[in-house]
Design a binder for this molecule. Structure first.
Ligand SMILES: CCCCCC/C=C/C(=O)SCCNC(=O)CCNC(=O)[C@H](O)C(C)(C)COP(=O)(O)OP(=O)(O)OC[C@H]1O[C@@H](n2cnc3c(N)ncnc32)[C@H](O)[C@@H]1OP(=O)(O)O
Length: 395
């Protein structure tokens, strides 16, 4: 369970955003610092470079790209690199940002860099200390797991990123499910911290291309996804989602594998796969048409229609909708009452409801992951991720 305490340390050093964007700016620093200081403002520039190195809070991709571009312009002048290929997402984003500065003089770029760093440093708050762990709680990570009153709760805890799921979080969720399947809990709950339930897959999961290239990345992501969804298919206890706010992508599709889905009236349910150049996962290509009929499922999964909580309830995806102000009180009171039911009867009922469809779900999962492996290699998907990273597009 130690791995579950995964996020805080990494968060303070930009870890969750993925290594390439993290590296694109920071790796350049030592090269520059070795050079001779020529101008008065060079001192400010170097001080700004050092300041950036000390930042504990991730400034976001947009800012990191701006800093990178200004740094390159200030030290090397206008962009002199050949344009990277479409699939080389990170280098393409860097190239675009640097090229966009055109023939901006080096001195101006340096001043703009210093101004940007000082405005961001002034705006940033000092880090708050991690919340101490209560009994049975793993505190402070991107995922928080608690066990209390026979309920194990897994909480997405990356509110600043709308609880987007990093590759590490996929692994940690599997570990948490594995532990929950063996502990004395009767129910396992998934919920989110902050205004979002979860914004789905962290889109920067696609950006750190390994030596084997995009094909290797697509293959390893497909293996990870298949294993992740398999955990939900095979989980032996009732799974409950407490959807505290908007839900996107994979956080929506896997709800078809849950037993109960309680939602705030603020929650929305959105699967924008086509705009992202993707296709459905989480067995939703099978569970959604089964639960809501093929045409309602098509509206969501093919055409990306976002459902309100009430609509999702009418379609059978959500069990019950609660006013946001009373969600927590009402849901947890109800769940605690459910834990008092005879646990073996609960398990047996669930198993007889689930066992017949399990094999089919595994086959669907395998098929969806293979389709996605191919989609991840498409130009449609590459362009969508790039658009998101350069912040020209949102859902
Ligand atoms: C191992 C691989 C398995 C793959 C499984 C396949 C899964 C597929 C999916 O889940 S598809 C769905 C993917 N999700 C999205 O496309 C959502 C993208 N996010 C958005 O469109 C918006 O951020 C939003 C609508 C969720 C929220 O908008 P807004 O309220 O305006 O907030 P911000 O956009 O400013 O977001 C704040 C902060 O969070 C970062 N962020 C949000 N969502 C994601 C995400 N999915 N991936 C990465 N980062 C995300 C956003 O960039 C901002 O960061 P910043 O402050 O700029 O650093």
């Amino acid at each position: 369970m130690a791995q579950l305490v995964c996020g805080l340390a990494r968060r303070w050093c930009f870890g969750a955003l993925g290594s390439p964007l993290q590296a694109l700016h920071l790796q350049a620093l030592p090269l520059h610092l070795g050079r001779t200081v020529m101008r008065a403002s060079q001192k400010d520039f170097e001080s700004a470079l050092r300041q950036v190195k000390l930042w504990k809070k991730d400034p976001g991709n947009e800012v990191k790209l701006k800093l990178y571009a200004l740094y390159k312009q200030a030290t090397e002048g206008p962009c002199n690199l050949p344009k990277p290929g479409m699939m080389d997402l990170v280098n393409k984003a860097k190239w675009d940002a640097w090229s966009a500065l055109g023939s901006l003089p080096k001195e101006t770029a340096r001043e703009n860099y210093v101004d940007l760093v000082s405005s961001l440093s002034a705006a940033s708050e000092p880090p708050s200390p991690a919340k101490p762990a209560a009994d049975g709680e793993q505190a402070g990570g991107d995922l928080v797991v608690t066990s209390e009153n026979h309920i194990t709760t897994i909480t997405f805890n990356r509110p600043a990123k709308k609880n987007a799921i990093t590759t590490q979080m996929y692994r940690d969720i599997m570990l948490a499910l594995q532990a929950a399947s063996k502990d004395d809990s009767v129910l396992t709950v998934l919920t989110g911290n902050g205004d979002y339930y979860c914004s789905g897959n962290d889109l920067t999961n696609f950006t750190d291309i390994p030596p084997g290239g995009p094909e290797e990345k697509a293959r390893t992501n497909a293996v990870l996804l298949r294993e992740f969804v398999d955990y939900f298919i095979d989980f032996p206890k009732p799974l409950v989602a407490v959807v505290n706010g908007p839900a996107v992508g994979i956080s929506v599709t896997i709800l078809g594998l849950f037993d109960l889905v309680y939602a705030s009236d603020r929650a929305t349910f959105h699967t924008p796969f086509s705009p992202l150049g993707l296709s459905p996962e989480g067995c939703s290509s099978y569970t959604f048409p089964k639960m809501m009929g093929p045409s309602k499922a098509a509206e969501m999964l093919i055409f990306g229609r976002k459902l309100t909580a009430q609509e999702a309830c009418a379609q059978g995806l959500v069990t019950e909708v609660f006013p946001d102000s009373t969600l927590q009180k009402e849901v947890w009171t109800r769940l605690r009452a459910y834990t008092k039911l005879p646990p073996n009867a609960v398990r047996t009922s669930r198993e007889v409801m689930r066992s017949k469809g399990r094999e089919r779900l595994h086959a669907v999962n395998a098929e969806e992951c293979e389709a996605l492996r191919q989609r991840w290699l498409s130009e449609e998907c590459a362009s969508a991720v790039l658009r998101f990273m350069s912040r020209k597009a949102k859902l």
